[in-house]
Design a protein around this ligand. Structure first.
Ligand SMILES: *Cc1c(COP(=O)(O)O)cnc(C)c1O
Length: 230
């Protein structure tokens, strides 16, 4: 078994165990392999290993990978997107995880040729370094974005702080789930909000226990480009 296959197998075991512990179905958790820091060749290997959902955080990275890998993948844009780059990516992706301000929503409305499935990024931890809507602004933001018919709000996304304190991470993820539940309960036609994009290499197990439907896993899955490809 290659190193890549071993990493995927470990992640699969972790996900299954977290689902078992929390009474969830494995089928309700999607792995998004974050390939932003590895080559197109390694990204192809990820796809061949059976992971079809790929995440990139820069327009250049996305377009370069798509050129090298024309078929078979679904593309998630997970990074901060600059307004002027929206037009380059918006009709080439399946999900946008990082809608965090009205200027981006406006630009999507202007540039998208179809309705785009979007996650709203929420800054639950309140760290200044993190982007995202604050929880208290979220309801109003959703109403405003709801007027843009090129956007379907399918979920919320957050990033936990870098900390060893698992309780702190769990609290952040739980808060995002509660915010999502509140939106879903409103049955808004433009914001069905079934999804929660949370959890990365260091915290995906906690995220799944707290309800993540999309875990964005980079290094723990794809490795580092400097390592042997395996
Ligand atoms: C890079 C990145 C990830 C993956 O990070 P790892 O720690 O390598 O798993 C997930 N989400 C976002 C938004 C990222 O930028």
């Amino acid at each position: 078994m290659s190193l890549l296959q071993q990493r995927i197998q470990k992640i699969e075991q972790d996900i299954q165990a977290a689902c078992d512990r929390s009474g969830r179905n494995r089928a309700d958790v999607t792995i998004v392999a974050v390939t932003k820091s590895v080559s197109a060749a390694r990204t192809s290997a990820v796809l061949e290993a059976g992971i079809r959902q790929l995440g990139e955080n820069r327009a250049e990275g996305l377009l370069g990978k798509q050129e090298a890998i024309p078929n078979g993948a679904e593309w998630h844009f997970i990074g901060n997107v600059q307004s002027r780059k929206v037009k380059d990516i918006i009709n080439r992706i399946d999900y946008l995880h990082s809608v965090d301000r009205l200027s981006i929503a406006k630009e999507i409305q202007k540039r998208a040729d179809h309705r785009v499935d979007c996650f709203i990024q929420v800054n639950v931890s309140g760290e200044e370094s993190k982007s995202g809507i604050t929880p208290s602004e979220l309801n109003q933001f959703i109403e405003e974005v709801g007027t843009y018919d090129k956007i379907r709000i399918v979920g919320l996304m957050t990033m936990a702080p870098f900390t060893e304190n698992n309780d702190e991470i769990r609290t952040i993820f739980r808060s995002l789930r509660e915010l999502r539940d509140g939106i879903a309960a409103r049955n808004l036609p433009f914001a069905p909000c079934p999804y929660l994009s949370m959890g990365m290499s260091n915290d995906y197990i906690i995220a799944i226990e707290e309800g993540a439907t999309h875990v964005r896993i980079g290094t723990a899955l794809v490795g580092a480009e400097s390592e042997e490809d395996g």
